[in-house]
Write a protein that binds this ligand. Structure first.
Ligand code: SF4
Length: 87
């Protein structure tokens, strides 16, 4: 079952490949930037990010995958930690 916001996801128009970048360093960043550019114009960025944060819970950044809500696994992990500190 999919959430209602998924029907408006901008990534549906480009495919999933850019959202799961591989490699390290500059190669990874270049690929992630491509996905982030799509997310920047997505009308459902916030619900997408909220979904990922809830789904991933307290997972370490290495256990998270892909670009969701315009953020990398490491960036989402940082937000999770900020939320835990603020709670
Ligand atoms: S924010 Fe990015 S990953 Fe999330 S639905 Fe939109 S385009 Fe897809």
């Amino acid at each position: 079952m999919s959430a209602a916001w998924e029907a408006q996801a901008r990534c549906r128009t480009v495919g999933v490949e850019p959202f799961f970048p591989e490699g390290n360093g500059g190669k990874y960043r270049a690929a992630a930037d491509e996905a982030k550019a799509v997310c920047a114009m997505c009308p459902v960025r916030q619900p997408c990010l909220d979904y990922a944060l809830e789904f991933e819970g307290g997972s370490e950044h290495g256990q998270r995958a892909g670009i969701w809500g315009g953020l990398t696994p490491r960036e989402r992990h940082a937000i999770h930690r900020q939320q835990q500190t603020a709670a």
